[in-house]
Design a protein around this ligand. Structure first.
Ligand code: LMR
Length: 396
């Protein structure tokens, strides 16, 4: 039966890991999948998570089903983490939310919910956006269009073009924004630019959809939530997909949050019932484990502080790696200025080189990253930065 289907190429991001593993070069460098790595190239379990896991083993008394919305303590704590303590939308009981299997699960169930509102609805995504946004949203049946975002030639955000495009988007459409640490470019809007985007959103009346998967990796947990908080404070309706993969290092446990801010508490109640029914129709209820760990951490002042310190440490390390790479590149050549790497935020940067140059990096130098030229900054370390810079200079 399945022979009628074509064999597909490997996933553009996940496929890189397999190619990297196969490469026998002992000096190979992996800057592919967005996973945090320490100086030794390992992705250790965040220590607050390890402590929470021990506590969970000692206290969990049953493996019976959890509720369809997931671990309620997780949901409450995550909403506070994203929106801030005492956010007016929370006080007004306007936020429906479910624990989701990862940020991907959250994106997909929100996309499915949108098809229930209008199956012909269009979602606008930034050009470029995270490659997996397209199947996650498109496979739910929604149309996807793009708005200009990043200019590879100048390695900067095309803000004017973005605003002009947003001004053409009608009420009834949905616009996906990256809350912080834009994936794949690392180019984030300033707070002033977010205010302009908010004004256009208000004027046009389209629905903002925030994907916030890297909270804490840009400027800090609160600063990174600036745009989401601002939009939720000002607008009647906003939807949010959040991930705990990166900032809690819970990648394989698949834990995220899907939230709908409704205009009133009554709308919230409707949205809550709908989103639970969407989840029930796909996977019934989320796995409890990751959510339970996050709940334990965020409910305990000491553990929470330990986790915040670890997020701060990951962020500061990635910032210093940006400086290291920009320096190694700029002090050794004058073909291209890479100072922009130092200005960008989060886990990724576009190196703004061509797909041919990216492939030459892979084939001739065993340096692996996405064809778009997106690199995972956390894959850089003191031992590989010089080799990485030499390889890049060689392919320029
Ligand atoms: C990435 O962008 O590399 C990560 O979010 C992993 C993924 O699923 O693509």
């Amino acid at each position: 039966m399945f022979d009628v289907l074509p064999q597909l190429a490997p996933d553009p991001i996940l496929g890189l890991s397999a190619a990297y593993k196969k490469d026998p070069n002992p000096n190979k460098i992996d800057l592919g999948v967005g996973v945090y790595k320490d100086e030794q190239g390992n992705t250790p379990i965040v220590s607050a998570v390890a402590k929470a896991a021990r506590r969970l083993i000692e206290t969990e008394t049953s493996k019976t089903y959890i509720t369809p919305q997931g671990v309620q303590g997780f949901i409450d704590n995550m909403l506070t983490l994203i929106l801030g303590q005492s956010h007016p939308a929370l006080l007004a009981d306007r936020v429906a939310a479910v624990q989701a299997p990862g940020g991907c699960g959250a994106l997909r169930i929100l996309a499915e919910l949108l098809t229930r509102v209008n199956k012909d609805l269009t979602v606008w995504v930034s050009d470029p956006t995270w490659a997996n946004h397209i199947p996650l949203i498109g496979n739910a049946g929604l149309a996807i269009k793009t708005y200009p975002y990043f200019d590879k030639d100048s390695a900067s955000i095309k803000f004017d073009a973005m605003i002009d495009a947003l001004k053409t988007i009608p009420k009834g459409d949905v616009v996906l924004f990256h809350g912080c640490c834009h994936n794949p470019t690392g180019g984030d809007l300033t707070q002033e630019q977010w205010c302009e985007v908010l004004a256009v959103t208000q004027q046009q009346g389209f629905l903002p959809f925030f994907d916030i998967a890297y909270q804490g990796f840009g400027d800090g947990l609160d600063t990174d939530a600036y745009a989401v908080r601002l939009f939720v404070e000002t607008l009647p309706e906003v939807i949010i997909a959040a991930s705990c993969s990166k900032n809690f290092g819970l990648y394989r446990e698949r834990v995220g949050l899907a939230a709908i801010v409704g205009e009133t508490s009554a709308v919230k109640t409707i949205a809550q019932s709908q989103i639970q029914s969407v989840a029930r129709g796909i996977y019934s209820m989320p796995p409890s484990y990751g959510g339970a760990l996050v709940d334990i951490i965020l409910s305990d002042a000491e553990l929470k502080q330990e986790w915040i310190n670890e997020v701060d440490e990951m962020r500061e390390r990635m910032k210093s790696l940006r400086g290291l790479l920009a320096n190694a590149l700029n002090s050794n050549q004058d073909k291209q200025d890479f100072e922009f790497v130092n200005q960008q935020k989060g886990m990724f940067s576009y190196l703004c080189i061509s797909p041919e140059q990216v492939r030459a990096m892979r084939d001739q130098h065993s340096v692996y990253f996405v064809d778009s030229s997106r690199v995972n900054i956390a894959g850089i370390n003191q031992n590989n930065v010089e080799r990485l810079a030499e390889a890049l200079i060689a392919v320029l």
